[in-house]
Design a binder for this molecule. Structure first.
Ligand code: AMP
Ligand code: ZN
Length: 471
């Protein structure tokens, strides 16, 4: 598979340290608010990547952190603590906020068919691990204490800006207007590993450490959680493109300084979901959630379809019109699948054509995860001259990666359609039967059931009530 690598800035053959096994890490959500659908674009595309790697036969170990401490409103070391901000907003404790929004995040993921990672670690459960790694960095001469905090010393690195040749003027934290420079830093690019001199008097979560009572910086979380659960050699690191700097840049700095060797050769970055005003973000106040889409009548999977229709390396423009187009296309696709005849089995004669269709899906995904071409391959299946049973098998196979819930949605549509088509006479008999049962006239109820059966319908008692099924 060819996958674009932000480190080399080229499409590279995807390779792993241990043949057949992928150690994959994903930066998890900061759980101070609901995830917006921009955040979820990143998780949808990472989910497709993970599932595709598995589809090709690789064994994936995917690890994710939950940021419940340390992330400030600036991705550098300035601004308010996001978790504290959330707690104040809702008059709750930080841990209550963390629990609520972690659950909300995974509920959104379920609705979008995003699989749970194999390992999920809240940052607050790994404090001992952070202290161990920070202590080792100080010992190795890569970190220093100043003004009560512990900083990573970026001057010790051969190259700090690994993803781009950024100009320091543009990106160095602490030089932006309105942002207070941290006088403790030896150089502008140094970053905090452990805070003790927090400017927040009311910082809720603090732990004992060799440097005093305090809390970890955001970047050290991901390095430690990955090194502990993925091992010393990470194959694939994922995140939104805004995480490339400073977060991922800092992760690489501290992990490689700690390990004494290269850490992760392959970086997968998903570009942003944008609106008229630019990148969708929580700091702007207004943002869209999965629940809001549902309230407006959209199936969350139509949003997943919208995301898969464009390439992860291009900014995606959100508008209601664009989403409407995708939702309509999704419904049409489901309706076409619902019309396929399950009973029309494939035969050996078609296997060559089926293999060709499968190959074109694979070629699309192998070409830097081209999901929109993969969807075209799925439409080609519908158009192909093969039996419906084979079409359904191929669609099921492709959808094990795309996870658009196509077969399930088609089945649901079919049964709804069947209900609509039930003759008035049968519906009338069903009503009479319901009344008979209410009056405990079971003999009459049985008689009415027989009449319904004679007209070609079975009466089924379900949890949602009595239903009719065509025989
Ligand atoms: P956060 O909860 O802020 O830590 O972000 C979770 C993930 O969403 C990170 O991988 C971010 O890079 C990503 N992200 C943030 N904003 C957007 C956006 N507008 N579009 C796509 N991904 C985003
Ligand atoms: Zn991270």
């Amino acid at each position: 598979m060819q996958l674009y690598n932000s480190l080399t800035r080229s499409k590279d053959e995807f390779l792993t340290h241990t043949p057949g096994r992928v150690e994959m890490y994903t930066c998890g959500p900061t759980v101070y608010h609901y995830a917006h659908i921009g955040n979820l674009r990143s998780y949808i595309m990472e989910d497709v990547l993970e599932k595709y790697l598995r589809w090709t036969g690789l064994n994936v170990n995917r690890v994710m952190n939950i940021t419940d401490v340390g992330h400030l409103t600036s991705d550098g070391d300035t601004g308010d603590d996001k978790m504290l901000k959330g707690a104040k907003r809702e008059h709750k404790t930080v841990m209550e906020i963390a629990k609520f929004y972690t659950d909300a995040f995974f509920a959104d993921c379920r609705k979008l068919n995003i699989k749970k990672p194999d390992v999920i670690v809240p940052a607050t459960s790994y404090i001992g691990e952070f202290i161990k790694v920070i202590s080792a960095l100080i010992e190795k001469g890569y970190a220093y204490e100043a003004g009560g905090n512990v900083y990573f010393d970026t001057s010790k690195l051969e190259k700090y800006y690994v993803f781009n040749d950024f100009s320091e003027e543009d990106l160095a934290v602490g030089v932006r207007e309105g942002v207070e420079a941290d006088g403790n830093k030896r150089s502008k690019t140094d970053f905090v590993l452990w805070f003790t001199k927090s400017k927040f008097e009311d910082q809720e979560l603090k732990w004992e450490s060799p440097w005093g009572l305090g809390y970890p910086g955001w970047h050290i979380e991901c390095s430690c959680i990955s090194m502990k659960n993925n091992g010393e050699y990470l194959d694939l690191h994922c995140g939104g493109i805004d995480n490339a700097f400073p977060h991922h840049t800092n992760e690489i700095a501290q992990s490689e300084a700690y390990l004494g060797h290269k850490w992760c050769p392959q970086w997968f970055h998903v570009h942003h979901l944008n609106t008229d005003g630019g990148k969708m973000s929580k700091s702007k106040g207004e943002f869209l959630t999965v629940s809001l889409l549902e309230q407006k009548g959209y199936d969350p999977l139509a949003y997943r379809f919208f995301c898969l229709q464009s390439h992860y390396r291009k900014g995606l423009m959100f508008s209601w019109d664009n989403l409407d187009n995708s939702a309509q296309a999704y419904d049409k696709l489901v309706a076409r699948i619902a019309r396929l005849d399950r009973l029309e089995k494939g035969s050996a004669e078609n296997s060559e054509e089926c293999a060709r269709l499968r190959e074109s899906f694979k070629a699309a995904m192998d070409n830097d995860l081209n999901t929109s071409l993969a969807i075209t391959a799925l439409y080609d299946v519908l158009k192909a001259d093969i039996p419906d049973g084979s079409k359904l098998e191929l669609i099921k196979d492709f959808d094990s990666v795309l996870s658009l819930g196509l077969i399930e949605a088609a089945e649901k549509l079919k049964s709804e359609k069947q209900e609509e088509d039930i003759p008035a006479e049968v519906l009338e008999l069903l009503e009479q039967r319901k009344a008979a049962r209410k009056e405990k006239n079971f003999a009459l109820a049985d008689e009415l059931r027989s009449k319904i059966t004679a007209l070609g319908y079975a009466v089924e008692e379900t949890r949602e009530g009595t239903k009719l099924k065509k025989l």
